[in-house]
Design a binder for this molecule. Structure first.
Ligand code: CU
Length: 132
């Protein structure tokens, strides 16, 4: 009888541990605070954007860059992973692979318009080049 009670108590402890594990995971999932850090320097980044696109942490900055027709655009890859900057349609422009911690460039299309682009290696990365 004593042994049975001891086993039951052990099982209860395991279940309680599992529940704690679940609830702490849910707590982490709902905490969205860490994304706030990038927005503070937005004003200064826009002021110096010019015709340079920066790739940092699997994202393009700025998300929309306006350039003149045929303008040269420099692309700086700050990640430790190779990336490309490739027009989504029509092959209007393509930097080819830009090595980690390196930079590349491309020439903007001469036809005004809005050109979405992606990284051909990580196709979830996307932003837009506006020519006008
Ligand atoms: Cu990439």
């Amino acid at each position: 009888m004593f042994h049975f009670w001891k086993r039951a108590a052990g099982l209860t402890a395991v279940v309680a541990f599992a529940l704690v594990g679940c609830s702490s995971t849910a707590g982490n999932g709902s905490a969205t605070a860490p994304t706030a850090s990038g927005t503070g320097s937005g004003a200064s980044a826009a002021a110096t954007a010019g015709s340079t696109i920066v790739i940092d942490n699997f994202g393009y900055m700025p998300q929309s860059l306006t350039v003149s027709p045929g303008q040269k655009v420099t692309v700086v890859n700050k990640d430790s992973t190779p990336h490309t900057l490739t027009a989504s349609t029509g092959k209007a422009f393509d930097t080819g692979t830009i090595a980690a911690k390196s930079s590349g460039s491309f020439t903007a299309p001469t036809t005004p318009g809005s050109y979405p682009y992606i990284c051909s290696i990580h196709q979830f990365m996307h932003a837009t080049l506006v020519v006008k």
